[in-house]
Write a protein that binds this ligand. Structure first.
Ligand SMILES: [Fe+2]
Length: 180
């Protein structure tokens, strides 16, 4: 039987129960990649007839992690942002997402202003999964109809996250699901 959402969420619970260090998040990446090989799942969840929007597919009552389907209709470019104390794993289902990763290069003395520099730029194609863990800063840029499954360590709406304005260097608090 094909690997499905139920199996994924059970495996995620088993894995994340043991901790959420980098090694466990790498396991999350591999599990999501396995789910994305299930073509029936991808077609049903992210195909042309999927309801546009952000859908919470699963929330773990015990550990708080979430599995979300991002059914995007219109292209979008996010500012560079982090995921607060949490982490995010992005698995491309349909179309592609261009990812840019950054690191902070300021001295950290001014809380509202910072400098970041690009460290990596690449494209996530269908079936590919990117990991953004523990303070990682990234920006996403996708075309119309790009669709992906995202797993986060917790509900990101409930934690403090920041976005970075590269022109001014200002750090901005992010609202609910503002930059994914
Ligand atoms: Fe993100």
């Amino acid at each position: 039987m094909a690997y499905d959402l139920d199996q994924l969420t059970r495996d995620l619970n088993e894995t994340l129960k043991q901790g959420q260090d980098k090694q466990k998040i790498e396991t999350v990446r591999q599990l999501l990649a396995k789910l994305l090989t299930n073509q029936a799942f991808v077609a049903k969840t992210c195909g042309p007839h999927a309801e546009p929007g952000l859908h919470l597919m699963y929330e773990d009552k015990e550990l708080g992690f979430q599995v979300l389907a991002h059914i995007n209709e219109k292209h979008r470019k996010s500012p560079p942002h982090d995921h607060g104390e949490s982490w995010a794993v992005y698995g491309q289902a349909i179309g592609y997402t261009d990812m840019t990763e950054y690191r902070r290069i300021d001295d950290g003395k001014q809380p509202d202003v910072t400098k970041i520099e690009e460290t990596r730029r690449y494209r996530l194609n269908p079936g590919e999964v990117g990991v953004y863990s523990h303070g990682a800063i990234h920006a996403i840029d996708y075309p119309d109809k790009s669709r992906f499954i995202r797993i986060t360590g917790t509900n990101l709406d409930q934690i403090w996250r920041v976005a970075f304005d590269q022109e001014t260097g200002r750090v901005k608090r992010m609202g609910p699901q503002q930059a994914s």
